[in-house]
Design a binder for this molecule. Structure first.
Ligand code: FE2
Length: 138
């Protein structure tokens, strides 16, 4: 496995909602039966519905494809991941997830670590997605 990490602040109420997606970016669908990627999301503050938590659609990992435009609109079966600060949430590259809009002040701060098989290029978004605030708190 190769590992990549980045802090991911989701800034305030003005931040756009992250659309539902599968992390298997650039992998043609249908996805293979074996998983290529694992993401660990470290909640550095409480994940509450008002705080704009990650959403996940259970079972979509079995579909082995990306969400269609209709799936993006419907988000059927989406549930919030609500957990206290310090929790770690894991998901594979096939499951559809995104985030809910934040309705309270402040930033959602989390740390994402993505692990891929050695034959895959690590995902790295670089420091442009890391703010000075997230470095201090994360
Ligand atoms: Fe993702």
């Amino acid at each position: 496995m190769s590992v990549d990490a980045n802090s991911e602040p989701r800034p305030g109420k003005a931040a756009p909602t992250l659309p539902v997606h599968a992390d298997n970016n650039w992998l043609p669908a249908p996805f293979p039966e074996w998983e290529t990627l694992l993401t660990a999301c470290w909640a550095l503050d409480d994940f509450t519905l008002a705080g704009g938590p990650t959403k996940v659609i259970p079972g979509t990992n079995a579909l082995k494809r990306y969400p269609s435009p209709d799936d993006l609109l419907a988000e059927d079966g989406a549930i919030p991941i609500e957990c206290p600060a310090g929790s770690i949430v894991l998901w594979n590259g096939s499951i559809w997830h995104g985030n809910y809009s934040r309705t309270i002040e402040g930033d959602r701060v989390s740390l994402h670590q993505t692990c891929t098989r050695l034959s895959f290029r690590p995902v790295h978004f670089g420091p442009s997605r890391t703010t000075a605030n997230s470095v201090k708190t994360g």
